[in-house]
Design a protein around this ligand. Structure first.
Ligand code: 4NP
Length: 141
């Protein structure tokens, strides 16, 4: 799961998908990263921790990291929250195989950045949970 800062959207997607996969007994390794490095080592934004907690998911132990090209080989799917960050990730890819792993988390739309608008956190959470449930169905077969 990839966003800009790895403190709002991608930690939520990471936490929700890992929680759902674990609940189904699936042996999935979910991780998240930001294209930017400003928040590396920090826990998720308090508002992201709070909205996840309201839905029974604890993301407080996550720590932000910056996307590293080695992630192309470590993961099967690289799902990105918006087009700007999708383009940044695609620019780092060095082969068609790497590019083929990268797509928008919401397929044809973007998860809005809630960092400067706290009212968006619940909406973002809802979008992420719905999509994670779909991903579980699609990829869990
Ligand atoms: P995220 O949100 O990409 O969903 O983690 C942001 C986090 C930090 C900043 C922007 C967006 N920032 O400008 O520091």
């Amino acid at each position: 799961m990839v966003c800009l800062g790895n403190i709002c959207r991608s930690p939520l997607a990471h936490g929700v998908l890992q929680h759902l996969a674990d609940s189904e007994g699936l042996d999935w390794v979910v991780d998240s990263a930001g294209t930017g490095g400003w928040h590396v080592g920090e826990p998720p934004d308090d508002r992201a921790v709070a909205v996840a907690g309201n839905h029974g998911i604890d993301i407080s132990c996550q720590r932000a990291q910056q996307f590293n090209p080695r992630h192309f080989d470590e993961y099967d799917h690289i799902l990105v929250m918006d087009r700007e960050n999708l383009n940044r990730i695609l620019a780092l890819a060095e082969s068609q195989q790497q590019r083929s792993k990268v797509r928008l988390f919401l397929e044809d739309s973007e998860v809005p950045d809630p960092y400067f608008d706290s009212r968006l956190f619940e909406l973002v959470y809802q979008q992420i949970e719905i999509r994670c449930r779909e991903l579980l169905r699609i990829l869990g077969k």
